[in-house]
Design a binder for this molecule. Structure first.
Ligand code: 13P
Length: 252
């Protein structure tokens, strides 16, 4: 698929999955992609414990590595947390912030997500800011209002098309096998695009907007074909190289 607009990105979010036994998957993926001419970028976000190892098994490939979260401070007394600087130092190019699982499980607010994105920028990382409505909000006709509010609240000052990516992930589509229709995805993405233009001016047109939520090889081409969809943020189907490449193939 050839699309106009910003260069697409297919990103895999492993979430809290993976020990060293899983390193065979990124190694396989790097091998599969070696001789393929891609029309998208590829990113893998493993758990922090595996970042260096994943990077090492994919050495020589164009696949990038990212973190799944970061603290808003660069260093300090924050037991168990990881800073954007540490991710950068470990070889990451990006960091996911504001994933709905963190918003739900760790009570992360838009304000906090904005601080984390800013910390990512400060460390030289691309911040992948996640937004998306719950099923209740969709049923209540509040989807566009919710994503607008999250976007405005989570986008930090200094965000540009080069340092920021938005991931639209409807909460009800994550890990459920359910997806919005292509028309519904296009509606939300074009709404986000218009909001980005309001918030960032001309640069808003260059920001990549990923779709996430039950993307798999069988639905990737259709979802990626929707207007203003500039790639995917993939959970479950990114854990196996054979599945993940089936999604990347939407851009071959
Ligand atoms: P699934 O692809 O497993 O639905 O997860 C999507 C997601 O949350 C990616 O961040």
């Amino acid at each position: 698929m050839v699309k106009t607009g910003p260069r697409p990105l297919v990103a895999g979010n492993w979430k809290m999955n993976g020990t060293t036994a899983m390193l065979k998957e990124p190694r396989l993926l790097a091998g599969m992609l070696r001789d393929i001419k891609l029309k998208c970028e590829v990113l893998v976000c493993p758990p922090a414990t595996l970042i260096r190892r994943v990077k090492s098994v994919m050495k020589g490939s164009r696949i990038r590595v990212g973190g799944q979260d970061c603290h808003w401070n660069a260093s300090g007394a924050h037991t168990g947390d990881i800073s954007a600087e540490m991710l950068k130092d470990a070889g990451c190019t990006s960091v996911i912030v504001g994933h709905s699982e963190r918003r739900a499980n760790h009570a992360e607010t838009d304000e906090l997500v904005s601080k984390k994105a800013k910390a990512g920028h400060g460390a030289g990382l691309i911040a992948i800011i996640c937004i998306g409505e719950t099923l209740e909000q969709r049923k209540g006709g509040k989807t566009l209002q919710v994503v607008s509010g999250q976007l405005k609240g989570s986008l930090p000052e200094g965000a540009t098309a080069a340092n920021t990516i938005i991931a639209y992930e409807p909460v009800w589509a994550i890990g459920t096998g359910l997806t919005p229709t292509v028309a519904e995805v296009a509606e939300v993405h074009s709404h986000i695009r218009a909001d980005l233009a309001k918030l960032m001016g001309d640069d808003g047109g260059g920001v990549r907007i990923l779709y996430g939520g039950s993307v798999k090889p069988s639905n990737a081409a259709e979802l990626m074909g929707a207007a203003n969809v500039n790639g995917a943020l993939v959970g479950g189907a990114s854990l196996k190289a054979a599945d993940f490449i089936g999604i990347i193939k939407a851009y071959m």
